[in-house]
Design a protein around this ligand. Structure first.
Ligand code: ADP
Length: 851
């Protein structure tokens, strides 16, 4: 250890917090690292550092690193061991962790903690060497005597061991060669000592104290050994080795490959693993590879990084469900009932799902289309997927694909890659443990693309029934049969799904819900679910339908029911507080009146609080059930977020309401126009796409060419609308990119209003593409758009005549609330958009023909 004591450690050390085992100077320890700060230390210091200095870290014993990044650092043990990180082995199985091999150099004490994140760093003072200098003059004799005594015991102990073992012989030589002051630390780590004892030795900074504390430990070990030798004479040799040399390979420089207990244990594990491989039902090809790997594993020293990798690989291979599946129970009638019970409305989707299941029942062949549910968020796509798994009695697993931009996410990393792991498909199979689960590929429209390959291309192989019986994950490197897996995909829009992928799937559109449907869903499904989650009963809380309608119209603006669900959750939380307070009050009847005062804040004016006249009434909190009306709603959710603003905004000429389709459902969209003196320029704002800009130019051209017919003039009375005039068109919600041709009719109407100075009817919304000749062409997303108009409380909707057939999909009650105007040309649109129609000046030639 002479070299060790000459080492000067840096004055600032990163700290590794350990709670298992104590590292003493001169010995070596293997420690597993998986907590956030420790992992960060390994990554940024040990894996990135290039100098010898960067591999020196401070090991703090008896202190566990918090499992979360944001937790505060616990109080650190005062004294630690500066250590050299000799080896780092990383593994991702079963969770990401590193195994460090560290060798203790010397003691240090923490002077000041410099930073805590991302890993702790402290200013430290080296203790061992200092001690040596300061104590040099001090009682040399006493120390000499102590160290002599210690040395004798140490020699006695080692000589009791089997000298034919090379490590023991080497240890004997080391006793003579090493400086005496290094011996207490080294011998403490060799003999059997508890962590507590080791900690005491570490804390014993003064040499003298350290010698004094270690001698009794040595004596105890010698006595134990003597006893053992007496009682088990015949098997003496073996026992000696087991009892005393166990940690021999932990001594610095002596680390040799003697087989010891741990390795035997590991060997047993490998034998077990081999047995498992042989008895597992993996494919022949996989078996061949596994047996080859296990043969390699047996020959590999355990400290080799590849050992852990190979073992992880083999363990995964054994765990995979090669041949394990659940039995399908498919009964169409039961499936229909289950789907109906779990989901209200969405008839088209349920019908298609039942057809799909029926075909599966009749023909036990899985090669069918992959269903892809496309619709706005919160309309129940995922939950239908879950119901399908339930009806089939299969396991369900969701794979979120949003933002995945690396093909190895799907197909795994090759095993040569550091930190390699299988892809999500194989990982999912391992999680569910059967080979025929329902996999829900969520958000396929949000797959990304990057330099690391295209994940959509990898998915093609997974989804193609012709290919997926031999899907090869890069990590496994053998084919796995995915043909039993039932894949269902979900997306918000088909526009961003790669065409090749789209081609493999059957698209089922799931449109948004009407207000009535939302109310029903809330009362049948969401409210009971929320009550259960919050431990409430209908006797404690009552949410009438008008309140639900209020939540839907004034607190949410969405096609699905997700924020409605969240708002209901917020209400339940608020009521839970009141109910819990009530129960508290119940146990303390004398304070009941005070509690009641509190509760009244949330209780409605019409829910009459009953008087608490006699004590019997106190058994039940008096104001149950708590009725949620609009006042309570305001108390809990705050002032309404959305108010009907439509009529206010249409109080000037030059504003019209369009209908837009977005992946989040339909929306109403205001179009605003203004004119000013200028040189005939058109300014467009509101993040418009190219198609939308073209629509605006078309609209202006059409109006200019028809200005005389409609008596439209600019400010100076000229029919040339752009003469000395600039036009500015704005589409509010400027942060959202908008594109598509369907705003054509709205722009025309808006400009017609601007130039005629007349107001567009405040309850009319419209959609439709226009042509230069003034025709109105059909557009998509009619159902979502109409629902949006209905949500916004509009009364009349102008749609292209060729879209009339799309109205059949819309619920009758919505259709009853609205008047539809079918338009095939712009004249019809303008006539319907303005109160009293939009007068056309009769053409001169028509007049002459009449004469
Ligand atoms: P998506 O996958 O379409 O974004 P989810 O399936 O996550 O939506 O649905 C959100 C929540 O709304 C779930 O709790 C679901 O049970 C509920 N939900 C949606 N539609 C319905 C419906 N028609 N009937 C009952 N619950 C529904």
């Amino acid at each position: 250890m002479a070299a060790g004591s000459a080492i000067q450690i840096p004055s600032r050390l990163p700290l590794l917090l350990t709670h298992e085992g104590v590292l003493l100077p001169g010995s070596t320890m293997r420690t597993s690292v998986d907590s956030p700060r420790n992992m960060q230390l390994v990554r940024s210091r040990l894996l990135k550092g290039t100098s010898l200095k960067s591999t020196i870290i401070g090991v703090i014993p008896n202190t566990s690193d918090p499992t979360s990044d944001c937790d505060d650092l616990p109080s650190l043990h005062r004294i630690g061991t500066a250590a050299l990180a000799v080896q780092v082995v990383g593994s991702n199985w079963p969770k990401p962790h590193y195994t460090l091999l560290v060798t203790g150099l010397c003691r240090f004490q923490i002077l000041q903690l410099l930073k805590e994140k991302p890993y702790p760093v402290a200013e430290v003072e080296q203790l061992d060497r200092l001690e040596q200098f300061t104590n040099q003059h001090k009682s040399e004799e006493e120390l000499g005597e102590l160290s002599e005594q210690f040395y004798k015991y140490a020699v006695q102990l080692v000589e009791m061991l089997d000298m034919s073992v090379p490590a023991v012989a080497k240890l004997r030589r080391l006793l003579d060669n090493l400086p005496r002051e290094a011996l207490p630390d080294i011998l403490t780590s060799i003999i059997r000592t508890s962590n507590q004892e080791k900690l005491q030795i570490l804390d014993a900074v003064r040499l003298e104290e350290r010698f004094k504390m270690t001698i009794p430990l040595l004596v105890r070990q010698i006595e134990g050994l003597k006893l053992l030798q007496k009682t088990r004479k015949p098997k003496q040799d073996d026992d000696k080795r087991v009892v005393a040399i166990r940690p021999t390979r932990r001594i610095n420089h002596i680390a040799s490959n003697t087989e010891d207990e741990e390795e035997e244990e590991d060997h047993d594990d490998v034998v077990m693993l081999e047995k498992k491989i042989r008895t597992s039902s993996m494919s022949e090809q996989a078996l061949k590879i596994c047996l080859k790997e296990i043969k390699r594993l047996k020959k590999m020293p355990q400290s080799m990084p590849e050992y852990a990798l190979t073992r992880n690989y083999l363990e995964l291979m054994v765990e995979l469900p090669w041949n394990k599946s659940t039995k399908d129970r498919l009964e169409i009638r039961a499936a229909r009932i289950l789907l109906d019970n779990d989901h209200y409305a969405m008839e088209k989707l349920k019908k298609r799902v039942l057809e799909y299941l029926a075909v599966r029942q009749l023909k036990n062949n899985l090669k069918g289309p992959i269903l892809c549910f496309v619709g706005p968020p919160g309309v129940g796509k995922t939950s239908v997927g879950r119901s399908i798994a339930k009806t089939l009695g299969r396991e369900f697993h969701r794979i979120a694909l949003g933002g995945v931009c690396d093909q190895s996410d799907i197909r795994g990393h090759r095993r040569t890659y550091v930190g390699s792991m299988p892809g999500r498909i194989i990982n999912g199979l391992k999680t569910v443990g059967v080979n025929n689960p329902v996999f829900l590929l969520d958000e396929v429209d949000k797959l990304g693309k990057s330099l690391q390959g295209d994940p959509a291309a990898a998915l093609l192989e997974v989804l193609d029934p012709e290919q997926n019986h031999s899907f090869t994950d890069h990590y496994l490197n053998v084919a796995f049969d995915l043909s039993q897996v039932l894949f269902i995909a979900t997306a918000n829009t088909t526009a961003t799904i790669p065409p090749a992928l789209l081609d493999r799937m059957e698209i089922i559109q799931v449109p948004g819900y009407t207000q009535e449907e939302k109310i029903e869903i809330a009362h049948r499904h969401l409210i009971p679910k929320q009550l259960e989650q919050h431990g409430l009963t209908p006797q404690q809380i009552q949410i009438p339908q008008v309140t639900t309608l209020d939540i839907i119209t004034r607190y949410t603006r969405e096609a699905g029911v997700r924020s409605l669900d969240r708002k209901l959750g917020a209400i339940c939380r608020a009521v839970a507080v009141k109910v819990a307070e009530g129960q508290h009050k119940e146990t303390k009847p004398d304070r009941a009146e005070v509690g009641e005062e509190d509760c009244k804040e949330h209780v409605t004016e019409d829910a009459k609080p009953e008087s608490i006249s006699d004590t019997a009434d106190l058994a039940l909190p008096p104001e149950m059930p708590i009725l949620i009306d609009f006042h309570a709603l305001k108390d809990i959710l705050g002032p309404p977020m959305y108010e009907a603003e439509v009529s206010e905004r249409l109080s000037q000429p030059g504003v019209a309401i369009g209908l837009a389709w977005t992946p989040l459902g339909g929306e109403i969209m205001f179009v605003e126009a203004s004119r000013m003196d200028g040189e005939g320029q058109l300014t467009l704002t509101g993040q418009l796409g190219d198609v939308m800009k073209e629509s605006a130019h078309l609209a202006i051209s059409w109006l200019r060419s028809n200005a005389k017919r409609y008596q439209l003039t600019n400010a100076s009375g000229s029919f040339d609308l752009l003469d000395n005039t600039d036009i500015h068109l704005h589409f509010p919600a400027g942060a959202v990119t908008k594109d598509g041709p369907s705003a054509g009719v709205t722009i025309v109407t808006c400009l017609a209003s601007l130039f005629s100075g007349r107001l567009v009817c405040s309850d009319v919304a419209m959609t439709g593409e226009i042509t230069l000749r003034g025709l109105v062409l059909p557009v998509g997303g009619i159902k979502d758009k109409v629902l949006a108009a209905h949500r916004a409380g509009l009364k009349r909707v102008i749609i292209p005549r060729r879209n009339e057939k799309d109205l059949e999909e819309i619920a009758v009650n919505v259709r009853q609330d609205l008047t539809f105007v079918m338009a095939s040309c712009l004249d019809e649109v303008l006539n319907a958009a303005f109160d009293g129609g939009f007068a056309v000046k009769p053409r001169a030639e028509q007049l002459t023909s009449k004469l």
